[in-house]
Ligand binder design. Sequence first.
Ligand code: GTP
Length: 318
Amino acid sequence: MEAIILVGGFGTRLRPLTLATPKALLPLANVPMLERLVRSLPERVTKVALAVHHQADAIAAHFAAVDCERMVITVPEPEPLGTGGAMRNCRDHISGTTLVFNGDIISSLNVEAMLEQHRATGALGTLALWEVADPSRYGVAELDGNAIIGFQEKPAPGEEKSNLINAGTYLLEPQVLEMIPAGHKVSVEREIFTQLASAGLHGFPFGGYWIDAGTPESYLAANAMLLEREATAAHPGASVRGNALIAADAEITSSIVGPDTVIGTGVSLDKCVVRRSVLLAGASATGAVIEDCILGPGVAVGDDCSRMVLTAEGELRF
Ligand code: GTP
């Protein structure tokens, strides 16, 4: 089986981090999120086409340098074609039933179980669906059994047809890619899936975990969630509280690290307290209290910042 991963977006909600690093290469628990996704694919996925545009060269260079035990190619778009146009642009590079992912999602989706349902129903397309408590910020799928019979955008409280939102992972038959006009900007969610409702589109609700790591808050939440399984912090210079992950080459002295904190490679900290934060490669701080923050690569926090917090609007406050 072959897969398409959509990674051509600008990642505006994660600026300024995404000005220098494509969102797909931002690390989650110290592994670039796209590499994490490619490595997690079932063995049956032998080829992955990365639909790239923004910072395409950095993504291509990364996958040229790592071995993900399957063929990984990049398919560039001269202009961003939207989620549907990007898939169509990959058509000549893939064949058969295709697995499609948004590149900024981590989840416990069981692709094999989803494929089993896709085959059993004979669907043209199967969408992974994730249940949320409050769907008013999302589009929800209306189901009849497993068949998707409609979509509802941002339903008012109490009016929702379901609590199941599009989880950004699909199994699509080649006919679906054929429906997308070549070379045009097309949103697969708004322009193609809506046409397929009641006409061969099915849903696959799943449980476990699902996080779209596309905003500062959800990026921190995705890291914290992974730490529940991957925390291995131990460092002679750090007193660790709760879940934390510290890169082996980080230089830390007299500091408290954690909970829910990831310290990237080459980070240096002296006399700091770091909580619920992610410090990317080469960030440094002395005498600072850093809470609920993402420090970008190489960011140096001045001496004795008493408190540094990332606001809901994504601003750093001191
Ligand atoms: P924001 O600007 O913060 O909304 O982020 P984004 O640009 O990544 O957009 P969004 O999160 O809505 O995109 C969902 C997924 O589709 C991400 O993995 C994007 O990289 C990808 N994507 C969005 N638009 C395009 C596009 O025009 N071309 C390609 N190849 N991928 C896209």
